[in-house]
Ligand binder design. Structure first.
Ligand code: SF4
Ligand code: SF4
Length: 312
């Protein structure tokens, strides 16, 4: 579980300070003058890529600039992880608003979804990171804050049920409004994304998220070359740099191309339902219209697009 209840972060990492300073400076100086002014600093810090600092916000990149950035990232993956990856950039589809539902009556708490997320999204092996946290809950309660995320015994256990929690892709996303530099935003299909090359790692979004759904890269991710998922996208499962925030994207590199999220495919019990909320014939719409669904922490007004239900 994340430590998002910790006090607000102090930006005391020299790399983070430099990143913020450079981006602020870049916004006020001409590009060429800024690059020239920064050259001595960049020369002093060989781990810093000048192109990365010069890179614009994702939403300001032209298709040609994106191609250059993606090529650079592919080369970096080859150099750092010895693997040939492809960085894509699938856009939101027209008339699609993604939603997810989870049947708590059939989830058995096996954590296969969390494991699939770990592999699909190129998470750090050392920390065993995943965007999904499965809580073991006492029957009768629905407050996941009272659940146990570290259970270690055969499942399902008597008297318990299981509640997987991941990003709720909130319509009113407090993480988005908390970000001081617009490094995170909501896309047209409802998926909240992060530009990992724009994020300064201040962790305000993590503190603002009521669902503990954001993850911070404390270390450079460790992934053996043979385990890297080479099918990557800029806004989702590419290997994130150290010192930036990340989160579930409903596997947008899959779902925007008509596939299902990896967590859903891995679920052995069929507990998970994913689809287009705008399609009246979709299974997710059927669930919402025929089951008594609820959302977590409804009272906060975040309007999650992740729904839970029990069989009657
Ligand atoms: S669950 Fe958290 S990270 Fe996801 S959109 Fe809502 S506030 Fe943001
Ligand atoms: S894989 Fe399915 S059954 Fe297992 S914990 Fe995840 S949602 Fe529950």
């Amino acid at each position: 579980m994340s430590d998002s209840n910790a006090s607000l972060p102090i930006i005391d990492n020299p790399g983070v300070n430099r990143r913020r300073f450079l981006k602020t400076a870049g916004a006020t100086l001409g590009l060429a003058a800024w690059a020239a002014a920064m050259k001595p600093l960049l020369d002093l810090t060989p781990e810093v890529n000048a192109d990365e600092f010069l890179q614009k916000h994702y939403r300001e990149l032209t298709p040609e600039q994106k191609a250059v950035v993606f090529k650079r990232l592919e080369e970096e993956a080859k150099a750092e992880y010895d693997v040939d990856v492809t960085i894509s950039d699938p856009p939101p589809m027209e008339n699609v608003l993604f939603g997810y539902a989870l049947n708590l009556s059939v989830c058995i708490g096996c954590r296969k979804c969390a494991e699939a997320c770990h592999i699909e999204n190129n998470h750090d092996r050392a920390s065993n990171n995943s965007y999904i946290c499965v809580f073991e809950m006492e029957k009768g309660g629905i407050d996941f804050e009272k659940g146990n995320a570290t259970y270690d015994h055969p499942v399902p256990a008597p008297g318990k049920y299981y509640m997987p929690v991941q990003c709720q892709q909130c319509e009113n996303a407090p993480c988005v409004t908390a970000c001081p530099i617009e490094a995170t935003w909501k896309e047209k299909d409802g998926i909240v994304v992060v530009d990992y090359n724009w994020c300064i790692g201040c962790r305000y979004c993590e503190a603002a998220c009521p669902y503990h759904a954001r993850r911070f890269n404390w270390e450079k991710p460790e992934i053996p070359a043979e385990e890297v998922n080479p099918d990557q996208s800029y806004l989702s499962n590419r290997i994130r740099p150290q010192g930036v925030m990340e989160k579930c994207t409903f596997c947008l590199h899959r779902t925007r191309e008509g596939r299902l999220p990896a967590c859903l495919e891995a679920c052995p019990t069929g507990a998970r339902v994913f689809g287009n909320l705008l399609d009246p014939d979709s299974e997710i719409r059927w669930v919402i219209e025929n089951k008594r669904t609820f959302v977590l922490k409804e009272e906060l007004g975040t309007k999650p697009r992740f729904f839970y239900y029990f069989d009657e």
